[in-house]
Design a protein around this ligand. Structure first.
Ligand SMILES: [Zn+2]
Length: 148
């Protein structure tokens, strides 16, 4: 049994996982997911992109509670939908990347402007083993940790 990404080529694994984006060779705009073909910047005619690792940390721009099971291709974890939190996270590159919040965290752990860190966690298990996806994990502030 192995651990493989549920979506190929969108993020790296390991101790310090990172999302993979494309940086336009002409205007240096960074896109996620990766881009092929033409730059999405309407003022740019760039066609060559470099794959770059995106910032591992960002700040919460918005978040919501998924109270209803999302439609396919979402893969449910169980028959009964368990609500989970989704965060839109702004990265230093100027991108906002949506992601589920890490296991064990919910909307109560989030606030706009709070720092979160990228983690890779199992999404589901198939015949080949665990399939993983990126998630956003709230960064515990040092002061808050000391109070516990
Ligand atoms: Zn461009």
């Amino acid at each position: 049994m192995t651990t493989t990404p549920a979506i190929d080529g969108w993020f790296t694994s390991g101790d310090l996982p990172a999302l993979l984006g494309s940086r336009c060779g002409l205007c240096a705009t960074v896109f996620f997911p990766r881009l092929d073909g033409f730059c999405r910047n309407p003022a740019c005619s760039g066609e060559e992109f470099e794959t770059v690792e995106l910032s591992r940390r960002g700040t919460v721009w918005s978040y919501t509670d998924a109270q209803y099971q999302p439609p396919p291709p979402y893969i449910p974890r169980s028959e009964n939908h368990e609500p989970f939190a989704i965060a839109a996270v702004e990265l230093a590159e100027g991108l906002v990347v949506l992601g589920q919040v890490a296991d064990g965290y919910g909307v109560a752990d989030l606030r706009v402007g709070a720092e979160v860190e990228l983690v890779v966690e199992p999404l589901y298990t198939d015949e080949t083993g665990d399939r993983t996806i990126w998630r956003w994990k709230p960064v515990v502030e040092l002061g808050a940790e000391a109070d516990q």
